[in-house]
Write a protein that binds this ligand. Structure first.
Ligand SMILES: Nc1ncnc2c1ncn2[C@@H]1O[C@H](COP(=O)(O)OP(=O)(O)OP(=O)(O)O)[C@@H](O)[C@H]1O
Ligand SMILES: [Mg+2]
Length: 223
């Protein structure tokens, strides 16, 4: 079973009187435990592809299967619960809650969605420990360094024990050395947990941490 299968996916955005074809005939399979790099210029459709893969957007045509489940025709409500249970996202903007600590950024969503309790708190502490953030547990995210914030965002994406983790430019705000540290960490965490993922990047050096690189140009994928 593959972790992700996009079949002949097309995504069209309306734009005034015309439309923008952000993805066309997109075919992508990510095997269990595989980490795929997705590289391409600005505007080529990378974030659109990630959003469709994770059920944040629905395709205009084609099908999306995650962990063997065809989510193409799911209602927005069903997609939201599917995402909550099975998908991890690390957004380019990170979206950490500024006035919350590292620990609270990991626990806020599970707690809001009814998973308040010792197991959630333990998982957050275990993840912070593994990510080298135990000593920063009670620091507000605004007071963390860029690399630390990146690691908090990775921890948060792993809280729900996802089967698929989607990273949108996880190293773009970091210098090369920090970027390589964070990519190394992503690789290690994904391998240790046996997870599948897609990493969007502009930086070809980061593709070395992945099993395979897929190029995207003007909404077209090429292996
Ligand atoms: N909500 C939207 N409405 C209309 N057009 C959109 C929307 N989102 C994206 N687009 C357009 O679709 C195309 C693909 O956008 P996308 O954000 O997927 O590119 P990207 O590869 O992630 O770019 P970047 O590297 O700059 O983040 C672009 O032409 C973009 O302007
Ligand atoms: Mg993007």
């Amino acid at each position: 079973m593959s972790a992700l299968a996009l079949r002949d996916v097309r995504k069209v955005y309306p734009s005034g009187d015309t439309e923008i074809v952000a993805l066309d005939h997109a075919e992508l399979t990510v095997d269990d435990t595989e980490l795929v790099a997705l590289i391409g210029p600005s505007g080529s459709g990378k974030s659109t592809l990630l959003s469709i893969a994770g059920g944040l957007l629905t395709p205009s045509e084609g099908s999306v299967t995650v962990a063997g489940e065809d989510i193409t025709a799911y209602s927005p409500k069903r997609l939201a619960s599917f995402r909550r249970d099975h998908v991890g996202f690390v957004f380019q903007s990170l979206n950490l809650v500024p006035f919350l600590t590292a620990f609270e950024n990991l626990t806020v969503v599970p707690e809001l969605t009814g998973r308040r309790g010792a197991a959630t708190r333990k998982r957050a502490d275990d993840l912070l420990e593994e990510l080298g953030l135990a000593a920063r547990r009670n620091v507000r995210s605004t007071d963390l360094s860029g690399g630390e914030r990146q690691r908090v965002a990775i921890g948060r994406a792993l809280m729900n024990e996802p089967c698929l983790v989607l990273f949108d430019e996880p190293t773009s705000a970091l210098d090369t050395e920090r970027g390589e540290q964070v990519m190394g960490l992503i690789r290690r965490e994904m391998t240790e947990r046996g997870l599948a993922g897609v990493v969007v990047t502009h930086d070809r050096r980061m593709t070395g941490f992945c099993d395979r690189t897929v190029e995207i140009t003007d909404g077209h994928l090429a292996a």
